[in-house]
Design a protein around this ligand. Structure first.
Ligand SMILES: [Zn+2]
Length: 99
């Protein structure tokens, strides 16, 4: 029973992210709202957004569009992503490092 409900919610999350992606170019404010809805939905239903967590800003909920509202730098095997809307940095380690 639980699995069925999870599947539905995951489907909704995916759909909302598709909407956010579509709106991110023309109406970033609406995209932000979609991301906010997804985060709320995931929190309420205890679902991890692991797959999508690098697609939006964790501070201002902006949907990331490479080359438009984010700046990506790679140094010493670490990736740092800067949100150009609020200035929030998120950093993570590259798997396997740079060769
Ligand atoms: Zn931000």
């Amino acid at each position: 029973m639980r699995k069925e409900a999870d599947k539905l919610i995951l489907d909704n999350i995916w759909k909302l992210f598709m909407f956010a992606k579509k709106e991110s170019k023309k109406r970033p404010k609406l995209a932000k709202k979609y991301v906010m809805m997804v985060r709320k939905l995931a929190k309420r239903s205890n679902i991890s957004l692991r797959k999508y967590r690098r697609k939006f800003c964790h501070k201002c909920n902006a949907y990331f569009v490479p080359g438009k509202n984010i700046k990506i730098r790679i140094s010493k095997g670490k990736v740092s992503v800067k949100c150009l809307e609020c200035g929030h940095y998120s950093r993570y380690v590259l798997k396997g490092g740079i060769k």
